[in-house]
Ligand binder design. Structure first.
Ligand SMILES: C[S@@+](CC[C@H](N)C(=O)[O-])C[C@H]1O[C@@H](n2cnc3c(N)ncnc32)[C@H](O)[C@@H]1O
Length: 435
């Protein structure tokens, strides 16, 4: 049955990304994907193919275009994706030539397009004959032009490395609730279950699993001892210091990675978790239930507090704003296909409105931590420079006593892959005055 074939499933996934603009996360949690009857192993292969093809889509498309006499018709997008899947298996997965060609031809048959057999044979056999390899030039081609342009402008010297690191498969990083358990104890417990884990180089509460595994296999996950969180995201809770009794707002909170960390790190804080997405807040609720910590959940737009603000000002605010997510492309390679350059201006405007609105809700003496999972300067240091011009009362708290990322004119930037972390940006802002 074709719906049991991992390559056919991967084809359907990538078509949904390319044609319908749906994200991989969204597709994997859809009823269509959940109802597939393929074995766990085949489903894992379908995900590997879909993730991998999104990661290499632009480089492989360029390679394919050079080897086609004329572009394929719009209605033959499936054949185009089938060819790209064939190239991915050959060049990235290093599948044997015979198997890769056969599987690719079979996929065209499953789509009832046997006419494409000759084309598939010709393209794949040419690439095999030419001995094409994924070199540094192809790494740089694995991005849409507008992202290449921005990275080149923003990080001219680091651009090449940044592009290569952005194509890496990310590690599965876990945060250990070190108040419940020591890191070595957790690593030993995982080892006893046959799961290899190593300490993260910089973050004291982070461990990395060289081979990812299902969270259900992680002893202590169900009790909140462990949470999946990139090391860069684990920095937030240590920067936003919260005293007992503090009123804390997590303004763009879902699905709650940083909310959980704040609640596990600080005792007796009153935390409000706000998000504009009700469905994402449901996931946050489930996460809080898992770790057994309470927070008040609010649905609303952070840039329009009138509809949700109770009138009691905050001691600390976390503004983990919506952004381009350009720092997490290695983790979510579909971003390369889904994000458009035209998304950036509206995002910058929303970030600006959120910053301005939240600043008004901060008590004198309070601190606001602004962060993004972006590597674009406009969303980060430039956004904060403009904010500080609009709010001369704002004082930046320099994040200096740490050895991650790099100091910028405002805030600190982690570039993708540095210390094996996602690309992230932090700026800590303080409102003068006594609480
Ligand atoms: C970067 S994610 C937050 C990740 C989260 N802090 C964590 O650590 O798990 C940004 C969140 O902002 C939410 N969001 C987008 N626009 C918003 C707005 N205007 N007001 C509040 N939340 C918003 C999105 O639904 C998304 O959940």
């Amino acid at each position: 049955m074709k719906s049991d074939n991992p390559r056919w499933i991967a084809l359907q996934i990538v078509l949904r990304v390319v044609d319908n603009g749906r994200s991989l996360d969204d597709i994997f949690s859809s009823s269509w994907y959940q109802s597939l009857t393929a074995s766990a192993r085949d489903l894992a292969l379908s995900r590997e193919l879909a993730f991998g093809l999104c990661r290499w889509y632009f480089a492989l498309s360029a390679l394919l275009a050079e080897r086609l006499q004329k572009p394929l018709r719009e209605r033959d997008r499936d054949i185009e994706i089938i060819l790209l899947l064939g190239l991915y298996q050959l060049l990235v997965m290093k599948t044997g030539a015979h198997a890769a060609v056969n599987e690719t031809v079979n996929l065209a048959k499953a789509q009832q397009k046997s006419w494409a057999r000759g084309l598939i044979n010709a393209v794949l056999r040419t690439v095999i004959r030419e001995g094409v390899a994924l070199d540094d030039e192809m790494q740089a081609q694995a991005y849409p032009d507008w992202i290449l342009g921005r990275i080149g402008r923003d990080w001219r010297e680091q651009a090449e490395q940044l592009l290569i690191r952005g194509n890496d498969r990310p590690p599965m990083t876990l945060r250990v609730d070190t108040r419940q358990s020591g890191i070595d104890e957790i690593i030993a417990r995982l080892a006893a279950d046959g799961i290899e884990a190593v300490r993260h180089k910089r973050l004291h509460c982070a461990i990395e699993l060289p081979s990812p595994c299902e969270v259900t296999r992680l002893a202590g996950f169900a009790q909140g001892l462990l949470s999946v969180q990139d090391a860069a995201a684990q920095i937030a809770a240590g920067l936003l210091l919260c005293k007992p009794g503090a009123r804390v707002l997590d303004a763009c909170a879902a699905p709650g990675g940083k909310t959980m960390h704040l609640l596990q790190q600080y005792d007796d804080i009153l935390l409000e978790a706000l998000d504009s997405s009700e469905s994402r807040l449901e996931r946050l609720q489930q996460n809080l239930a898992r770790i057994g910590k309470p927070a008040q959940l609010l649905v609303g737009d952070a840039s329009k507090p009138d509809s949700w603000f109770s009138g009691v000002y905050y001691d600390a605010i976390l503004a983990d704003v919506p952004c381009s997510a350009s720092g997490v492309m290695r983790r979510h390679p579909d971003i390369k296909l889904l994000r458009r350059e035209s998304d950036i201006m509206p995002l910058l405007a929303l970030q600006r409105r959120i910053l301005d609105a939240l600043w008004r809700l901060l008590k004198p003496g309070g601190e606001m931590l602004y962060c993004t999972c972006s590597i674009f300067k406009e969303e980060n240091e430039v956004q904060i420079a403009k904010f500080m011009q609009r709010h001369p009362d704002c004082m930046e708290v320099k994040i200096t006593d740490l050895d991650w990322g790099q100091q910028r004119p405002h805030g600190r930037q982690i570039l993708t892959g540095s210390d094996n972390m996602d690309g992230f940006y932090y700026a800590l802002l303080s409102k003068p005055g006594k609480p």
